[in-house]
Write a protein that binds this ligand. Sequence first.
Ligand code: ADP
Length: 341
Amino acid sequence: MSDTRAALAPALGQNTPNGALYPSSKHYIKDPKTGATYTKGDLLGKGGFAKVYEVWDGAYSKHQAAKIVDKTNLSKTKRAKLISEIKIHRQIASTSATHPNIVRFNSVFEDKVNVYILIEKCKHKCLNDLLKSRKSITEPEARYFLMQTIDGVRHLHRHMIVHRDLKLGNLFLAEGMQVKIGDFGLAVKLTSGDERRKTMCGTPNYMAPEVLQTHMENKRAKQFQAKYPDAPLPRDMQPLGHSFEVDVWAIGVIMYTMLIGKPPFESTDPKAVYKRIMSIDFGFPSLPRISNEAKSLIQDILVLDPFKRPSLEAILEHEWFKGFIPRTLSSSVMTSCPNFS
Ligand code: ADP
């Protein structure tokens, strides 16, 4: 068994495969353990390390998405991300039923070259694609998408999972423009409600200030310990760490981006983004005009102190959510503004 296989085996829930593995071909994917064969269709998209194809099962013509990762050249970090993604996504699938706003995890298998993660296919791509063509969306549409996103995040938090990479590109859109939270590569399952994580992770524009602050404190602490190896670490160098509140922060960034058309702390240089985040340096342009209730909710969420951010329940109870929320949205909103009158 190769190193990669050895590392992946527990996450895949497989024992060391003995005997030959039958490779998948250009047009088919085959689970070497069960013999299940899937026909490969269109390429749905490419990510940091995966290619995602539409696949279907001959017997039932059930269309799914197959996330295919070439495991032969994975760096240590990417391998760890893949193992964690499979473990957490599979756990969500096995918890008290799948949630309508979370991409369904179906199965995972591997052959000599690739790992295949079969998940629910989201036919309308993601909210990032919608924003690319529309630039910004109306408040009723934003309420529609955010309400579902928050519902999905509440489900994750109830199961002690922090997503840590909520962004428009990870909010997929299925039939009926239903939001599906996906990509669990940076997610973490906490062991207790007061556990705080210390590693820096996320996407720069969406990163919460406590993630950045913890990273800076870690650096300062390392320098201090190199200089004074026997001295106890001063209290002000003990990083706060991060937890569920980073997902709340990301919801604030997502809401701003949907309504304004660009992220609140945007800059060409990531360092400048971080500086703006740490000083909560954002404003509302005169156009597009957004309601005072929307501004007030964004301002409540995007605060430095994670403990002062509203809970997911409090967000849903905010005045802004009392406005009109469409019951359904047509897929035409991908390219044109709906008329609600
Ligand atoms: P990575 O983990 O490598 O970053 P992603 O999960 O972001 O890969 O997937 C890459 C792209 O594939 C996405 O941007 C999207 O276009 C497409 N994709 C991913 N998952 C699905 C899905 N469940 N249904 C439809 N398209 C998907």
